[in-house]
Design a protein around this ligand. Structure first.
Ligand code: AMP
Length: 590
């Protein structure tokens, strides 16, 4: 398929934010796409090459891209020109198209660019490893750009740099697939299920294109493809929980660790994080020890990996696990920061899905299939019937070093990929005056002074705006940092510095440096207030005002398990803002 068809679609999609229009463009594109490459088209639409869990990243730096454009433009002044264009509009893809438009047509024997060629080249670039790869990447990119029209070049660069932001939600892709291949948008629900159990939208697209709706209905869990996790709503009190859950339900400790989805067959073990990243390399101890506890041919389990004090057996806070997030010397970290694996669900067993089973049947199965030992445990659980019982179990859980309780309905299935009321979380913070914490995205930094020289003394933070797919500023935070965390944050953030503010950042406040919006940290604050400067939920409560945090403080938690889109949303902030007004005045209430 000619790449120009895809580039034209990209161009059209870029010009609208309207969901119905986007859907229509997608339907037209899918109808033109040969079935063999529909999965590739779906990945590219999302700015990817493969599903996220395979961890294939293009990782081309701006500098390298500028070099490749210059090489293709074939003039010495090109670099300067590109930088000028880039500064003007902040979009390197666009800059490339302008430069290449000005380029004299010296090459007559241009090869047609196909989607397959672009995809394969991008894939080769992503897979290049080892020394001196920069130059080879540049040659591949320049080769493509030489044969590309300006519009094609624009999108090739956007794909390479990860700046293709068409604002297409997964649901919109599924709507379009349902219309294109089953003639009815309502069939999206069937597609959603397939997506939730495979986390692979390309595979879902390929299945409906080649096997129709029937194929999608038969779609099954695949071992070593992560299942999208079930999430919990929050409640503020035991009373509220009882109101929502009825007379009898399960209460489990809510441990403060990292959620791990464990796939096991024979000796092969793969671990996925909550955001579906393959995290096997951080936990060689789980890989080694867990198969011994399993009495089944294959299983998918969910667990919370928690750091422990080996002497006392106490649970330690989440930050301790941060030491595991490293590429080298992991063995040392394994001995210094020991963990236990605390299982709370079973999603698949001996070739069959367990998602449809009720909670209590799943728990029973879990206890049958897994034998507890020193390292592998079941999460403590108790069936509770009234407020007193919840309170007692809550206290036990806090005393053991956990965050509170997860409350789960006994007769409900596992709802992959959705946040619903079958699971509720009751945390300690919700109950005291300081209130709930927020997970915010770091978008900018200010250089530190005095003792903080050489680090970012203050950070600019943002919430996630789901409608616009942007990150809106909400506060600056400069308290709560230890010397160690300042250092750690600097190491993480320094490589994320960008030359220009990322177009998804919405902030009037200027920072010393801008970061790609990726890192999520936890913050508490005393109050949410209206703000003329910050952009979170702008115009929602009052025209020309956004929402901001008053007295924000870093809690010390770097939420490595969350991606930026998992951060607190403007919707949540609005709810919290309205909630605090109802409750009281002048108190700490977030
Ligand atoms: P939160 O991150 O506050 O939305 O809480 C949800 C997270 O709590 C999950 O993603 C798990 O990592 C963690 N968690 C701890 N204990 C449990 C449990 N018993 N059941 C489910 N999730 C748990």
């Amino acid at each position: 398929m000619e790449f120009s068809i895809l580039a034209d679609s990209f161009n059209k999609m870029e010009s609208t934010r309207k969901r119905l229009e986007l859907t229509q463009f997608l339907v037209e594109l899918f109808e033109k796409t040969p079935h063999e490459i529909i999965s590739k088209i779906v990945y590219l639409l999302q700015g990817k090459l493969r599903p996220d869990f395979e961890g294939i990243e293009l990782g081309v730096a701006e500098r390298l891209a500028i070099g490749a454009i210059a090489k293709s433009a074939g003039t010495d002044e090109a670099i300067k020109k590109i930088e000028e264009e880039y500064k003007k509009n902040g979009d390197l893809g666009h800059a490339a198209s302008i430069i290449l438009e000005q380029k004299e047509q010296t090459t007559f024997m241009v090869q047609d660019i196909t989607v397959e060629r672009v995809y394969d080249t991008l894939y080769t670039i992503a897979k290049l490893e080892g020394m001196k790869t920069q130059n080879r990447k540049m040659v591949h990119i320049a080769g493509l750009l030489n044969d590309a029209t300006p519009v094609e070049a624009k999108f090739i660069l956007k794909l390479l740099l990860g700046t293709l932001r068409l604002g297409i939600a997964e649901n919109t892709v599924m709507d379009a697939l349902a219309i294109a291949f089953s003639g009815n948008k309502d069939n999206r629900k069937v597609l959603e299920h397939a997506y939730s159990v495979s986390s692979d939208l390309g595979k879902v697209a390929e299945t409906i294109a080649t096997k129709g709706l029937e194929g999608i209905e038969k779609f099954e869990i695949m071992l070593f493809n992560p299942i999208r996790p079930m999430l919990a709503d929050r409640v503020k009190s035991e009373e509220e929980a009882i109101e929502k859950m009825g007379d009898e339900f399960a209460a489990e400790y809510k441990l403060d660790g990292e959620r791990v989805q464990v796939h096991i067959e024979g000796g092969k073990v793969v671990l996925f994080s909550r955001s579906l990243e393959n995290i096997s390399s951080y936990y060689p101890d789980i890989i080694e020890k867990i198969p011994k506890a399993i009495q089944a041919d294959n299983v998918i389990l969910e667990a919370e990996a928690v750091a422990i004090n080996e002497n006392t057996g106490e649970f330690l806070p989440f930050q301790e696990l941060m030491h595991r997030r490293r590429k080298y010397k992991i063995e040392k970290a394994v001995t210094r920061y020991p963990i236990t694996v605390n299982l709370f669900d079973i999603l698949y067993c001996n070739g069959k899905s367990c998602l449809e089973l009720d909670y209590k049947d799943r728990r029973e199965k879990l206890e049958k299939v897994v034998k507890e030992d020193e390292f592998v445990k079941y999460i403590p659980m108790s069936i509770v019937k009234n407020k007193n019982e919840i309170e007692d179990f809550f206290e036990n859980s806090i005393n053991a070093g956990s965050e509170g309780l997860m409350l789960k309905m006994l007769d409900k299935p596992y709802q992959a990929g959705s946040r619903g009321s079958y699971w509720l979380k009751l945390k300690r913070e919700y109950r005291n005056e300081l209130g709930d914490s927020l997970d915010l995205v770091v978008i900018g930094g200010f250089f530190g002074k005095g003792r903080r020289t050489g680090s970012y003394g203050t950070l600019l933070l943002a919430t996630y705006d789901e409608d616009e797919d942007t990150f809106t500023s909400i506060c600056k935070v400069g308290t709560g940092f230890s010397d160690e965390s300042l250092d750690q944050l600097y190491q993480i953030l320094h490589p994320k510095v960008t030359i220009k503010k990322n177009p998804r950042i919405v902030s009037e406040m200027e920072a010393d440096v801008w970061f790609d919006p990726e890192l999520v940290i936890e913050v508490v604050a005393s109050e949410i207030t209206l703000s003329p400067i910050h952009k979170a939920a702008k115009d929602v409560i009052r025209k020309d005002a956004g929402l901001a945090l008053r007295f924000p403080k870093f809690t010390g938690k770097i939420r490595v398990e969350k991606i930026a889109e998992d951060a607190s949303t403007n919707e949540e902030i609005i709810t919290l803002y309205k909630g605090q007004k109802k409750v009281a005045h002048g108190k700490n209430l977030i």
